[in-house]
Write a protein that binds this ligand. Sequence first.
Ligand SMILES: Cc1ncc(COP(=O)(O)O)c(C=O)c1O
Length: 362
Amino acid sequence: MKYGRTFNFSAGPAMMPEPVLEEIRDEMMNYRGSGMCVMEMSHRSPVYQKIIDDAEQDLRDLMHIPDNYKVLFIQGGATLQFSMIPMNLMKNGKAVYIDTGAWSSKAIKEAKKVGEVIVAASSKDKNYTYIPDCSNLDIPEDADYVYICENETIHGVTWNTLPNTKGHILVSDQSSMFLSRPCDVSKYGLIYAGVQKNVGPAGMVVVIIREDLIRDDLTDLPIYLQYKTHADNGSMYNTPNCWAIYCCGKVFKYLKDTIGGLEKMEEINRKKARVFYDFLDSSKMFHGTVVPQDRSLMNIPFVTDSAEKDAAVVKATKAAGYDNLKGHKSVGGLRCSAYNAMPIEGVEALVAFLKDYEAKNG
Ligand SMILES: Cc1ncc(COP(=O)(O)O)c(C=O)c1O
């Protein structure tokens, strides 16, 4: 790694593509002749308007977002969406949620403060190690939407087949798999993603929402919490997270022009994940915790047979230059997060280290 950088396996904030960081560095003191850094720039200036417009256009190109969807850059991270979604989309005061891990559970908890939540399927019985069968859910006719977390960052499960919503609107938290593979936006009513995993610096969420779901009858709702406010003002009702939008824009362009699109990105991610899962499947000391068909390409939880051994491995990997492999405190064990920007060499080097560790300690 250049610059003494480490292979950072953090679940987020996470690694960014090195060429993007270099470009940001080169533009830091004087952005393209503007005489200032993007951090110092008025969001009402023409030069910044071009930055946000280009960012949106590159994302639209990358995901082939249909014209009847708005792209919004909102603050409050992905967490604010746990509340904004039910506040804006619960017309009948009722929604269906699928409980697949820590992040959908948090969203359920917040939605219950707003209206009736029907948990139509859950994998809690097996500690969230699989995606439940959602091909024939019991969905009330008047449910406003069906909600999923498409990749559970902590438990490491991912949806490979979307639920059968029986004509209801699908809402998806894509935070930890956004732009990791192609996505047919037309299948969703709303997609959102906190950007600090696959895209940019923390503190912002991208919301992609079908236009007909943006309501103008919610005038009692605080102004910032209405999607209409952000849609009507080009994500600049108030001062946006200018810096994050700029950095995310660079990553969108990088994925589009340098990687060559999301099909290509998926190919790379599948290759990377394969290296790690093949290792887990052949190891006697380390075991993956998720059923093979629902394994995440991004977040790979794994364990030894004891918490003490897990802790020793975390310590050894950190000392060897592989950072942030400790599993989330709620589940323990280890977790290898290999987002878009993690090079395959990082995963290969980690696997070589773990193989060697097993040979000496297994
Ligand atoms: C799937 C998922 N949803 C939501 C969040 C919350 O994101 P934020 O910290 O940006 O609010 C996270 C954070 O890790 C996440 O992994």
